[in-house]
Design a protein around this ligand. Structure first.
Ligand code: FAD
Ligand code: DHB
Length: 401
Protein backbone atom coordinates (compact mmCIF):
# COMPACT_ATOMS: atom_id res chain seq x y z
CA UNK A 1 0.00 0.00 0.00
CA UNK A 2 1.23 3.49 -0.89
CA UNK A 3 2.11 6.24 1.57
CA UNK A 4 -0.05 9.35 1.72
CA UNK A 5 2.19 12.25 0.70
CA UNK A 6 3.10 14.32 3.72
CA UNK A 7 2.35 17.57 1.84
CA UNK A 8 -0.72 19.68 2.67
CA UNK A 9 -3.93 17.70 2.22
CA UNK A 10 -6.03 20.07 0.15
CA UNK A 11 -9.20 17.94 0.01
CA UNK A 12 -10.33 15.96 3.05
CA UNK A 13 -13.60 14.06 2.77
CA UNK A 14 -15.41 11.29 4.60
CA UNK A 15 -17.95 8.84 3.21
CA UNK A 16 -19.33 5.39 3.94
CA UNK A 17 -18.09 3.71 0.75
CA UNK A 18 -15.21 5.02 -1.38
CA UNK A 19 -15.75 3.77 -4.92
CA UNK A 20 -12.70 3.69 -7.21
CA UNK A 21 -13.78 3.78 -10.87
CA UNK A 22 -16.77 5.45 -12.52
CA UNK A 23 -17.56 2.73 -15.08
CA UNK A 24 -20.85 0.81 -14.95
CA UNK A 25 -19.92 -1.16 -11.77
CA UNK A 26 -18.94 1.88 -9.72
CA UNK A 27 -21.85 4.02 -10.84
CA UNK A 28 -24.47 1.30 -10.34
CA UNK A 29 -23.15 0.50 -6.87
CA UNK A 30 -23.10 4.17 -5.94
CA UNK A 31 -26.68 4.73 -7.13
CA UNK A 32 -28.03 1.59 -5.39
CA UNK A 33 -26.30 2.57 -2.13
CA UNK A 34 -27.77 6.05 -2.42
CA UNK A 35 -31.27 4.54 -2.75
CA UNK A 36 -30.63 2.77 0.58
CA UNK A 37 -29.39 5.95 2.27
CA UNK A 38 -25.70 4.95 2.20
CA UNK A 39 -23.25 7.65 1.17
CA UNK A 40 -20.47 7.06 -1.37
CA UNK A 41 -17.91 9.03 -3.37
CA UNK A 42 -16.79 7.90 -6.84
CA UNK A 43 -13.20 8.60 -7.95
CA UNK A 44 -12.79 8.33 -11.75
CA UNK A 45 -9.47 8.64 -13.57
CA UNK A 46 -10.96 9.90 -16.86
CA UNK A 47 -13.57 12.47 -17.90
CA UNK A 48 -17.26 11.65 -18.19
CA UNK A 49 -17.06 12.09 -21.99
CA UNK A 50 -14.12 9.71 -22.23
CA UNK A 51 -15.99 7.00 -20.30
CA UNK A 52 -19.08 7.55 -22.48
CA UNK A 53 -16.99 7.35 -25.64
CA UNK A 54 -15.97 3.72 -25.01
CA UNK A 55 -18.14 1.47 -27.18
CA UNK A 56 -18.46 -1.81 -25.36
CA UNK A 57 -21.23 -4.23 -24.41
CA UNK A 58 -24.73 -4.29 -25.87
CA UNK A 59 -26.72 -7.17 -24.35
CA UNK A 60 -28.24 -6.96 -20.84
CA UNK A 61 -29.51 -9.88 -18.76
CA UNK A 62 -32.75 -9.49 -16.81
CA UNK A 63 -30.75 -9.48 -13.56
CA UNK A 64 -29.00 -6.29 -14.63
CA UNK A 65 -32.28 -4.80 -15.85
CA UNK A 66 -33.84 -5.49 -12.42
CA UNK A 67 -30.90 -3.82 -10.67
CA UNK A 68 -31.28 -0.76 -12.91
CA UNK A 69 -34.99 -0.67 -12.02
CA UNK A 70 -34.12 -0.85 -8.32
CA UNK A 71 -31.63 1.98 -8.87
CA UNK A 72 -34.40 4.06 -10.52
CA UNK A 73 -32.46 4.18 -13.79
CA UNK A 74 -34.45 1.97 -16.15
CA UNK A 75 -36.96 4.35 -17.77
CA UNK A 76 -34.99 5.05 -20.93
CA UNK A 77 -33.90 1.42 -21.15
CA UNK A 78 -37.56 0.34 -21.12
CA UNK A 79 -38.47 2.99 -23.69
CA UNK A 80 -35.53 2.55 -26.06
CA UNK A 81 -34.07 -0.94 -25.39
CA UNK A 82 -35.09 -3.96 -27.49
CA UNK A 83 -36.25 -7.25 -26.03
CA UNK A 84 -34.63 -10.18 -27.82
CA UNK A 85 -36.26 -13.59 -27.47
CA UNK A 86 -33.58 -15.49 -29.34
CA UNK A 87 -30.41 -15.38 -31.41
CA UNK A 88 -29.24 -16.97 -34.64
CA UNK A 89 -26.20 -19.25 -34.61
CA UNK A 90 -24.61 -20.06 -37.95
CA UNK A 91 -21.78 -22.27 -39.17
CA UNK A 92 -21.02 -22.01 -42.86
CA UNK A 93 -24.40 -21.80 -44.56
CA UNK A 94 -26.22 -23.75 -41.82
CA UNK A 95 -27.99 -21.79 -39.14
CA UNK A 96 -30.44 -22.35 -36.31
CA UNK A 97 -32.27 -20.11 -33.89
CA UNK A 98 -31.66 -20.42 -30.16
CA UNK A 99 -35.00 -19.53 -28.60
CA UNK A 100 -34.48 -17.91 -25.18
CA UNK A 101 -38.17 -17.40 -24.46
CA UNK A 102 -39.16 -21.01 -25.20
CA UNK A 103 -36.17 -22.51 -23.36
CA UNK A 104 -36.05 -20.25 -20.32
CA UNK A 105 -39.23 -18.14 -20.25
CA UNK A 106 -37.11 -14.99 -20.35
CA UNK A 107 -35.27 -12.77 -22.79
CA UNK A 108 -32.38 -10.28 -22.96
CA UNK A 109 -32.41 -6.55 -23.68
CA UNK A 110 -30.28 -4.91 -26.36
CA UNK A 111 -29.19 -1.55 -24.92
CA UNK A 112 -25.67 -0.17 -25.22
CA UNK A 113 -23.29 0.10 -22.27
CA UNK A 114 -22.75 3.72 -23.32
CA UNK A 115 -26.46 4.50 -22.84
CA UNK A 116 -26.64 2.60 -19.54
CA UNK A 117 -23.60 4.52 -18.25
CA UNK A 118 -25.12 7.82 -19.36
CA UNK A 119 -28.35 6.98 -17.45
CA UNK A 120 -26.33 6.18 -14.32
CA UNK A 121 -24.29 9.41 -14.58
CA UNK A 122 -27.51 11.39 -15.01
CA UNK A 123 -29.09 9.72 -11.96
CA UNK A 124 -26.01 10.32 -9.80
CA UNK A 125 -25.86 13.96 -10.85
CA UNK A 126 -29.59 14.46 -10.26
CA UNK A 127 -29.16 13.10 -6.72
CA UNK A 128 -26.12 15.36 -6.13
CA UNK A 129 -23.93 12.27 -5.97
CA UNK A 130 -20.25 13.03 -5.53
CA UNK A 131 -18.14 11.98 -8.52
CA UNK A 132 -14.61 13.33 -8.95
CA UNK A 133 -13.31 13.05 -12.54
CA UNK A 134 -9.70 13.25 -13.77
CA UNK A 135 -8.46 11.88 -10.46
CA UNK A 136 -4.79 10.80 -10.48
CA UNK A 137 -2.44 8.81 -8.25
CA UNK A 138 -5.20 6.92 -6.44
CA UNK A 139 -3.77 4.82 -3.58
CA UNK A 140 -5.50 2.71 -0.93
CA UNK A 141 -4.40 2.70 2.73
CA UNK A 142 -5.11 0.97 6.05
CA UNK A 143 -7.29 -1.80 4.69
CA UNK A 144 -6.69 -4.10 7.60
CA UNK A 145 -8.19 -1.85 10.25
CA UNK A 146 -11.68 -0.35 10.40
CA UNK A 147 -10.60 3.11 9.22
CA UNK A 148 -9.31 2.72 5.65
CA UNK A 149 -8.76 5.69 3.35
CA UNK A 150 -7.96 6.55 -0.25
CA UNK A 151 -5.46 9.23 -1.27
CA UNK A 152 -5.51 10.89 -4.69
CA UNK A 153 -4.65 14.03 -6.61
CA UNK A 154 -7.46 16.12 -8.11
CA UNK A 155 -6.78 19.27 -10.16
CA UNK A 156 -3.22 19.16 -8.89
CA UNK A 157 -4.39 19.14 -5.25
CA UNK A 158 -3.69 16.22 -2.89
CA UNK A 159 -6.84 14.66 -1.46
CA UNK A 160 -7.79 12.14 1.21
CA UNK A 161 -11.05 10.22 1.45
CA UNK A 162 -11.79 8.51 4.77
CA UNK A 163 -14.36 5.73 4.62
CA UNK A 164 -15.72 2.52 6.13
CA UNK A 165 -15.23 0.40 3.00
CA UNK A 166 -13.59 0.63 -0.43
CA UNK A 167 -15.15 -0.78 -3.60
CA UNK A 168 -12.51 -1.42 -6.28
CA UNK A 169 -14.54 -0.89 -9.47
CA UNK A 170 -11.58 0.34 -11.51
CA UNK A 171 -11.45 -2.25 -14.27
CA UNK A 172 -8.68 -4.61 -15.31
CA UNK A 173 -5.90 -1.98 -15.28
CA UNK A 174 -6.94 -0.28 -12.02
CA UNK A 175 -5.05 -0.01 -8.74
CA UNK A 176 -7.44 -1.89 -6.45
CA UNK A 177 -6.57 -5.47 -7.36
CA UNK A 178 -2.85 -4.69 -7.27
CA UNK A 179 -3.25 -3.29 -3.74
CA UNK A 180 -4.06 -6.80 -2.48
CA UNK A 181 -0.75 -8.42 -1.44
CA UNK A 182 0.47 -11.08 -3.87
CA UNK A 183 0.59 -13.54 -0.97
CA UNK A 184 -3.22 -13.48 -0.63
CA UNK A 185 -4.10 -13.09 -4.32
CA UNK A 186 -4.31 -15.94 -6.82
CA UNK A 187 -4.82 -15.13 -10.49
CA UNK A 188 -6.05 -17.44 -13.23
CA UNK A 189 -5.64 -16.40 -16.84
CA UNK A 190 -6.08 -17.58 -20.42
CA UNK A 191 -5.17 -15.32 -23.34
CA UNK A 192 -6.74 -16.25 -26.69
CA UNK A 193 -4.56 -16.05 -29.82
CA UNK A 194 -6.84 -13.57 -31.65
CA UNK A 195 -8.85 -10.37 -31.15
CA UNK A 196 -12.17 -8.87 -32.27
CA UNK A 197 -12.23 -6.04 -34.77
CA UNK A 198 -15.49 -4.14 -34.17
CA UNK A 199 -17.23 -1.38 -36.08
CA UNK A 200 -20.24 0.78 -35.38
CA UNK A 201 -22.14 1.99 -38.44
CA UNK A 202 -25.25 4.05 -39.04
CA UNK A 203 -26.91 1.30 -41.06
CA UNK A 204 -29.95 -0.89 -40.31
CA UNK A 205 -29.07 -4.24 -38.67
CA UNK A 206 -28.87 -7.18 -41.07
CA UNK A 207 -31.33 -9.19 -38.94
CA UNK A 208 -33.80 -8.39 -36.18
CA UNK A 209 -31.85 -10.68 -33.81
CA UNK A 210 -28.10 -11.10 -33.26
CA UNK A 211 -26.16 -13.54 -35.45
CA UNK A 212 -23.19 -15.42 -33.96
CA UNK A 213 -21.40 -16.90 -36.98
CA UNK A 214 -18.45 -19.20 -37.48
CA UNK A 215 -16.88 -20.11 -40.81
CA UNK A 216 -13.64 -21.40 -42.26
CA UNK A 217 -12.41 -17.79 -42.15
CA UNK A 218 -13.23 -17.35 -38.47
CA UNK A 219 -15.86 -15.84 -36.19
CA UNK A 220 -18.24 -12.94 -36.91
CA UNK A 221 -20.99 -11.29 -34.86
CA UNK A 222 -23.83 -9.15 -36.21
CA UNK A 223 -25.24 -7.01 -33.40
CA UNK A 224 -27.03 -3.71 -33.12
CA UNK A 225 -27.91 -0.76 -30.93
CA UNK A 226 -31.19 0.26 -32.61
CA UNK A 227 -33.01 0.19 -35.99
CA UNK A 228 -30.46 2.49 -37.59
CA UNK A 229 -27.28 1.67 -35.69
CA UNK A 230 -25.42 -1.61 -36.16
CA UNK A 231 -22.45 -3.15 -34.37
CA UNK A 232 -20.44 -5.83 -36.19
CA UNK A 233 -17.36 -7.78 -35.15
CA UNK A 234 -14.96 -10.13 -36.92
CA UNK A 235 -12.23 -12.29 -35.41
CA UNK A 236 -8.83 -10.82 -36.35
CA UNK A 237 -5.15 -11.42 -35.67
CA UNK A 238 -4.02 -10.53 -32.17
CA UNK A 239 -1.39 -8.12 -33.55
CA UNK A 240 -3.78 -6.50 -36.06
CA UNK A 241 -4.49 -2.77 -36.15
CA UNK A 242 -7.81 -1.07 -37.02
CA UNK A 243 -5.80 1.13 -39.41
CA UNK A 244 -5.10 -1.97 -41.51
CA UNK A 245 -8.81 -2.29 -42.26
CA UNK A 246 -10.67 -0.02 -44.67
CA UNK A 247 -14.44 -0.09 -44.21
CA UNK A 248 -14.72 -1.91 -47.54
CA UNK A 249 -12.27 -4.61 -46.43
CA UNK A 250 -14.23 -5.06 -43.19
CA UNK A 251 -17.59 -5.45 -44.97
CA UNK A 252 -16.11 -7.88 -47.52
CA UNK A 253 -14.67 -10.05 -44.77
CA UNK A 254 -17.88 -9.97 -42.71
CA UNK A 255 -19.91 -11.07 -45.76
CA UNK A 256 -17.63 -14.06 -46.24
CA UNK A 257 -18.28 -15.27 -42.69
CA UNK A 258 -22.08 -15.04 -42.45
CA UNK A 259 -24.70 -17.11 -44.31
CA UNK A 260 -25.14 -16.05 -47.94
CA UNK A 261 -28.76 -14.90 -47.50
CA UNK A 262 -27.64 -12.36 -44.86
CA UNK A 263 -24.51 -11.37 -46.80
CA UNK A 264 -26.75 -10.44 -49.73
CA UNK A 265 -29.06 -8.33 -47.53
CA UNK A 266 -26.29 -6.59 -45.55
CA UNK A 267 -26.50 -2.80 -45.80
CA UNK A 268 -23.02 -1.31 -45.60
CA UNK A 269 -21.88 2.25 -44.94
CA UNK A 270 -19.07 4.25 -43.36
CA UNK A 271 -17.95 3.15 -39.89
CA UNK A 272 -18.26 5.71 -37.09
CA UNK A 273 -16.02 3.73 -34.74
CA UNK A 274 -13.50 0.97 -35.36
CA UNK A 275 -11.45 -0.75 -32.67
CA UNK A 276 -9.82 -4.03 -31.69
CA UNK A 277 -10.42 -5.81 -28.39
CA UNK A 278 -8.14 -8.60 -27.16
CA UNK A 279 -9.77 -11.79 -25.83
CA UNK A 280 -8.89 -12.93 -22.34
CA UNK A 281 -10.31 -15.06 -19.53
CA UNK A 282 -9.10 -13.87 -16.12
CA UNK A 283 -10.17 -14.34 -12.50
CA UNK A 284 -8.56 -13.17 -9.28
CA UNK A 285 -9.35 -14.81 -5.96
CA UNK A 286 -10.44 -13.74 -3.38
CA UNK A 287 -12.51 -10.70 -4.33
CA UNK A 288 -12.21 -9.21 -0.85
CA UNK A 289 -9.26 -8.28 1.29
CA UNK A 290 -9.91 -6.54 4.60
CA UNK A 291 -12.16 -3.57 3.86
CA UNK A 292 -11.55 -3.69 0.08
CA UNK A 293 -14.04 -5.40 -2.26
CA UNK A 294 -13.27 -5.93 -5.96
CA UNK A 295 -16.15 -5.60 -8.41
CA UNK A 296 -16.49 -6.23 -12.17
CA UNK A 297 -13.50 -6.09 -14.52
CA UNK A 298 -11.19 -5.26 -11.59
CA UNK A 299 -11.63 -8.90 -10.52
CA UNK A 300 -12.41 -10.80 -13.72
CA UNK A 301 -12.47 -10.61 -17.51
CA UNK A 302 -14.31 -12.84 -19.97
CA UNK A 303 -13.85 -13.06 -23.73
CA UNK A 304 -16.81 -11.12 -25.19
CA UNK A 305 -18.48 -14.09 -26.94
CA UNK A 306 -21.85 -14.37 -25.17
CA UNK A 307 -21.85 -10.83 -23.71
CA UNK A 308 -21.09 -11.78 -20.10
CA UNK A 309 -18.60 -9.01 -19.10
CA UNK A 310 -20.98 -6.26 -18.11
CA UNK A 311 -23.57 -8.71 -16.82
CA UNK A 312 -21.09 -10.41 -14.50
CA UNK A 313 -19.97 -7.01 -13.20
CA UNK A 314 -23.66 -6.42 -12.36
CA UNK A 315 -23.99 -9.62 -10.34
CA UNK A 316 -20.95 -8.60 -8.26
CA UNK A 317 -22.63 -5.24 -7.60
CA UNK A 318 -25.78 -7.08 -6.53
CA UNK A 319 -23.95 -9.21 -3.91
CA UNK A 320 -21.86 -6.32 -2.60
CA UNK A 321 -24.77 -3.91 -2.41
CA UNK A 322 -26.88 -6.47 -0.52
CA UNK A 323 -24.00 -7.14 1.91
CA UNK A 324 -23.38 -3.44 2.55
CA UNK A 325 -27.07 -2.59 3.05
CA UNK A 326 -27.37 -5.47 5.53
CA UNK A 327 -24.30 -4.17 7.38
CA UNK A 328 -25.60 -0.59 7.64
CA UNK A 329 -29.15 -1.71 8.51
CA UNK A 330 -28.33 -4.36 11.14
CA UNK A 331 -24.59 -4.29 11.85
CA UNK A 332 -24.33 -7.88 10.56
CA UNK A 333 -21.17 -8.64 8.59
CA UNK A 334 -22.57 -11.90 7.18
CA UNK A 335 -23.36 -10.47 3.72
CA UNK A 336 -19.99 -8.78 3.27
CA UNK A 337 -18.18 -11.84 4.65
CA UNK A 338 -19.95 -14.03 2.07
CA UNK A 339 -19.37 -11.58 -0.79
CA UNK A 340 -16.24 -13.08 -2.34
CA UNK A 341 -17.47 -16.66 -2.28
CA UNK A 342 -20.94 -15.85 -3.65
CA UNK A 343 -19.66 -13.55 -6.38
CA UNK A 344 -16.94 -15.99 -7.45
CA UNK A 345 -19.34 -18.90 -7.64
CA UNK A 346 -21.33 -17.06 -10.33
CA UNK A 347 -18.22 -15.56 -11.95
CA UNK A 348 -16.72 -19.00 -12.64
CA UNK A 349 -19.92 -20.15 -14.35
CA UNK A 350 -19.89 -17.08 -16.60
CA UNK A 351 -16.19 -17.76 -17.28
CA UNK A 352 -17.03 -21.33 -18.27
CA UNK A 353 -19.82 -20.27 -20.63
CA UNK A 354 -17.73 -17.53 -22.30
CA UNK A 355 -14.74 -19.88 -22.68
CA UNK A 356 -16.95 -22.64 -24.11
CA UNK A 357 -18.73 -20.34 -26.59
CA UNK A 358 -15.46 -18.70 -27.63
CA UNK A 359 -13.78 -22.09 -28.12
CA UNK A 360 -16.71 -23.30 -30.21
CA UNK A 361 -16.95 -20.31 -32.56
CA UNK A 362 -13.37 -19.21 -33.35
CA UNK A 363 -10.67 -20.61 -35.62
CA UNK A 364 -7.51 -21.17 -33.58
CA UNK A 365 -4.11 -20.77 -35.32
CA UNK A 366 -2.85 -24.17 -34.11
CA UNK A 367 -6.15 -25.96 -34.63
CA UNK A 368 -5.97 -29.47 -36.14
CA UNK A 369 -8.54 -30.86 -38.57
CA UNK A 370 -9.72 -33.06 -35.71
CA UNK A 371 -10.30 -29.99 -33.51
CA UNK A 372 -12.34 -28.41 -36.30
CA UNK A 373 -14.44 -31.58 -36.71
CA UNK A 374 -15.16 -31.45 -32.96
CA UNK A 375 -16.45 -27.87 -33.29
CA UNK A 376 -18.74 -28.84 -36.17
CA UNK A 377 -20.00 -31.94 -34.33
CA UNK A 378 -20.79 -29.83 -31.28
CA UNK A 379 -22.63 -27.24 -33.41
CA UNK A 380 -24.67 -29.98 -35.10
CA UNK A 381 -25.51 -31.47 -31.71
CA UNK A 382 -26.59 -28.04 -30.47
CA UNK A 383 -28.62 -27.51 -33.64
CA UNK A 384 -30.58 -30.72 -33.09
CA UNK A 385 -30.70 -31.27 -29.33
CA UNK A 386 -33.28 -29.56 -27.14
CA UNK A 387 -31.43 -30.25 -23.87
CA UNK A 388 -28.22 -28.69 -25.25
CA UNK A 389 -30.18 -25.66 -26.48
CA UNK A 390 -31.86 -25.26 -23.10
CA UNK A 391 -28.52 -25.36 -21.33
CA UNK A 392 -27.04 -22.76 -23.68
CA UNK A 393 -30.11 -20.50 -23.47
CA UNK A 394 -30.07 -20.61 -19.64
CA UNK A 395 -26.47 -19.46 -19.63
CA UNK A 396 -27.00 -16.81 -22.32
CA UNK A 397 -29.94 -15.11 -20.58
CA UNK A 398 -27.99 -15.26 -17.31
CA UNK A 399 -27.85 -17.68 -14.40
CA UNK A 400 -29.84 -16.67 -11.30
CA UNK A 401 -28.16 -14.42 -8.71
P1 FAD B 1 -14.79 -0.56 -16.55
O1 FAD B 1 -15.89 -0.35 -17.52
O2 FAD B 1 -13.44 -0.90 -17.08
O3 FAD B 1 -14.70 0.73 -15.64
C1 FAD B 1 -13.61 0.96 -14.77
C2 FAD B 1 -13.45 2.46 -14.58
O4 FAD B 1 -12.41 2.69 -13.66
C3 FAD B 1 -13.06 3.18 -15.87
O5 FAD B 1 -13.94 4.24 -16.12
C4 FAD B 1 -11.63 3.62 -15.63
O6 FAD B 1 -11.33 4.84 -16.28
C5 FAD B 1 -11.61 3.75 -14.11
N1 FAD B 1 -10.27 3.59 -13.52
C6 FAD B 1 -9.30 2.72 -13.87
N2 FAD B 1 -8.22 2.88 -13.10
C7 FAD B 1 -8.51 3.85 -12.22
C8 FAD B 1 -7.80 4.46 -11.16
N3 FAD B 1 -6.54 4.09 -10.88
N4 FAD B 1 -8.40 5.44 -10.46
C9 FAD B 1 -9.66 5.84 -10.75
N5 FAD B 1 -10.40 5.30 -11.76
C10 FAD B 1 -9.83 4.31 -12.48
N6 FAD B 1 -18.62 -6.87 -22.48
C11 FAD B 1 -19.65 -7.39 -23.11
O7 FAD B 1 -20.52 -7.97 -22.43
N7 FAD B 1 -19.77 -7.26 -24.49
C12 FAD B 1 -18.82 -6.57 -25.23
O8 FAD B 1 -18.94 -6.44 -26.43
C13 FAD B 1 -17.71 -6.02 -24.59
N8 FAD B 1 -16.75 -5.37 -25.28
C14 FAD B 1 -15.66 -4.88 -24.60
C15 FAD B 1 -14.63 -4.22 -25.28
C16 FAD B 1 -13.51 -3.74 -24.60
C17 FAD B 1 -12.40 -3.03 -25.36
C18 FAD B 1 -13.42 -3.91 -23.20
C19 FAD B 1 -12.20 -3.39 -22.43
C20 FAD B 1 -14.45 -4.55 -22.52
C21 FAD B 1 -15.57 -5.04 -23.21
N9 FAD B 1 -16.61 -5.70 -22.55
C22 FAD B 1 -17.67 -6.21 -23.19
C23 FAD B 1 -16.62 -5.88 -21.14
C24 FAD B 1 -17.48 -4.83 -20.45
O9 FAD B 1 -17.44 -3.63 -21.14
C25 FAD B 1 -16.94 -4.72 -19.04
O10 FAD B 1 -17.16 -5.99 -18.41
C26 FAD B 1 -17.57 -3.61 -18.23
O11 FAD B 1 -17.19 -2.36 -18.75
C27 FAD B 1 -17.13 -3.74 -16.78
O12 FAD B 1 -17.47 -2.59 -16.08
P2 FAD B 1 -16.57 -2.09 -14.88
O13 FAD B 1 -17.26 -0.87 -14.38
O14 FAD B 1 -16.31 -3.21 -13.95
O15 FAD B 1 -15.16 -1.71 -15.52
C1 DHB C 1 -22.32 -7.34 -28.39
C2 DHB C 1 -21.11 -7.76 -27.92
C3 DHB C 1 -20.96 -9.08 -27.56
O1 DHB C 1 -19.80 -9.52 -27.07
C4 DHB C 1 -21.99 -9.98 -27.66
O2 DHB C 1 -21.79 -11.27 -27.32
C5 DHB C 1 -23.20 -9.53 -28.12
C6 DHB C 1 -23.36 -8.21 -28.48
C7 DHB C 1 -22.47 -5.92 -28.81
O3 DHB C 1 -21.53 -5.14 -28.66
O4 DHB C 1 -23.54 -5.57 -29.30
Amino acid sequence: MGQIRSSYLGICMRTNVAIIGGGPSGLLLSQLLHKSGIDSVVLERKTRDYVLGRIRAGVLEQGLVSLLEEAGCADRLHAEGFLHDGTLISYGDTSFRLDFAENTGTSVVVYGQTELTRDLYDAREKADGKILYNVEDVAIHDLENDAPCVSFVHDGVQGKLDCDFIAGCDGFHGVSRKTMPESVRKEYEKVYPFGWLGILSETPPVNDELIYATSDRGFALCSMRNETLSRYYIQCEMSDDPGNWSDEAFWDELKRRIPETFAEQLVTGPSIEKSIAPLRSFVTEPMRWGRLFLCGDAAHIVPPTGAKGLNTAASDVHYLYRGLTEYYATGSEKGIDDYSEKALSRVWKAERFSWWFSSLMHRFPDQSEFDHKMQIAELEFLNSNRAAQKSMAENYVGLPY
